[in-house]
Structures are given as C-alpha cells and as structure tokens.
Design a protein around this ligand. Structure first.
Ligand SMILES: CC(C)(COP(=O)(O)OP(=O)(O)OC[C@H]1O[C@@H](n2cnc3c(N)ncnc32)[C@H](O)[C@@H]1OP(=O)(O)O)[C@@H](O)C(=O)NCCC(=O)NCCS
Length: 195
C-alpha cells in the first residue's frame, strides 16, 4: 500500500493545485473562460487565482494529499457564508455567465463548504478522496460546524459514489441543460453531510 499523507498546501503547489481545480470543475471553467479572443483561458486564470493569498481557490485554503511523497489530490474548503472572491473575476460572455449562475447560486448558509476536490488519475482508488473529505470534516467539526456541503454534477458517478460512501445526501438540485461546450446530463446537486 502506498503511504498516504495530507498536509497544508504551499505556494509551490500552485501548478498541481490549479490543474486539480480544473479537473474538479468537470469542464465548467473551460466552458466559462476558454475561447474568449485575446483573453486568458481557464488554465492561466486558475493558476493566477490559486497563487493569490486571499481567493476562495487560493493555495492557502487547500490541503494536498501525497502518495509516497508525490502530490496526487487536493481539497479546498471554507465556511459557505465567508467565501472570498474566487479570483477568477473577469468579463465573460453573458450567455455563459447566465448558464452557470444557477449552479453558483445553490448553497447552504451555515454550512462548511467544499469548493473543490480532485484526485489525479494516478492517485485514484487508494482512498485519497475519502481521506481528504474526512480531514476537512474533522476541521469543520472542530470549528463548530454541523453541516458539510458541496456541489456535484449529477452525471459524475465516481464522485457520487465517493460522497455516498462518506455519508452525504442530496438536499437541493438545479437543472442545467447540456450544451455542446458543457455536455453534462442531469444538472447539479447540492449534497450535505451531518457532522
Ligand atoms: C471522485 C474522486 C475524487 C474519487 O477519488 P478517489 O481517491 O479515487 O476515491 P477513493 O479511493 O477515496 O474512493 C472512496 C470511495 O468512493 C467510491 N468511488 C471511487 N471511485 C469510484 C468510481 N470510479 N465509481 C464509483 N464509485 C467510486 C467508492 O465507493 C470508494 O469506496 P471503495 O474503495 O470502498 O469502493 C476522483 O475520481 C476525482 O478526482 N475525479 C475527478 C474530479 C472530480 O470529479 N472531483 C469531484 C468534483 S465534485
């Protein structure tokens, strides 16, 4: 069995973390930010947001999971009611912003919120995702929170399998019609776990 450790992220993790953020987004960041002539794309914007000290996706809010010393996964979280700017603020086509607005509006006041969770292909199936969630659950409980929440695309079977195993249940959902540039079926769900 590979040796699994979880540690706070460091600024030098930013490239790995930004790639994991993009993976966790399931195509939503590429949908919003790519293909804007003359403007930075999702990967570049994400790296900038992760490198900043005070954004929701900042390295400073992330935990990194390592297998045998190699970073393979990450999780970023904070109180839902205390979310700083994403760090991705820039002008985007109106129709794209309108398409994802219902996702961004769905949340649970008073909960501890997982902004992102991802494990790269090389690290999956070793209990890394579950360990990252349990570490954040302990942290949220210690901070006095009684609910842990996150959003997930309804067609993300691996993530839904993990979240069910970790005790999450569905508390809300939005229907997001599939588009050629964001072809998810079934919309997005808000999941909650009691702590
Ligand atoms: C979803 C994800 C985080 C799972 O991470 P992981 O480290 O491979 O998961 P774990 O090894 O901790 O698995 C824990 C449980 O999750 C479930 N699970 C994991 N992968 C699964 C899969 N492909 N299909 C169904 N269930 C799965 C299983 O129930 C597993 O328990 P078991 O090992 O006892 O069977 C990872 O696949 C990932 O990062 N995917 C891409 C990004 C993403 O979708 N992030 C979530 C966005 S909301």
């Amino acid at each position: 069995m590979p040796d699994l450790t979880i540690r706070p992220a460091r600024p030098t993790d930013a490239p790995v973390l930004a790639a994991l953020d993009i993976l966790a987004g399931g195509g939503v960041y590429e949908f919003i930010y790519d293909d804007r002539p003359g403007e930075p794309g999702a990967a570049q914007l994400m790296l900038h947001a992760v490198l900043a000290a005070d954004t929701a996706l900042s390295w400073s809010r992330a935990l990194i999971a390592e297998l045998d010393g190699e970073p393979v996964g990450a999780i970023t979280s904070q109180p839902y009611d205390d979310q700083p700017p994403s760090g991705l603020e820039t002008s985007v086509p109106e129709d794209r912003a309108a398409h994802v607005a219902p996702i961004q509006a769905m949340g649970r006041p008073g909960s501890w919120f997982i902004n992102m969770l991802a494990v790269g292909a090389g690290g999956s199936g070793h209990g890394v995702g579950r360990a990252l969630i349990e570490t954040v659950a302990d942290k949220a409980r210690a901070a006095g929170f009684s609910e842990l929440t996150l959003r997930v695309f309804a067609d993300n079977a691996p993530a839904l399998g993990l979240y069910r195993k970790c005790g999450f249940r569905e508390v809300d959902a939005v229907d997001i019609p599939p588009l050629p540039r964001l072809p998810h079926e079934g919309g997005v769900r808000l999941l909650l776990r009691d702590l």
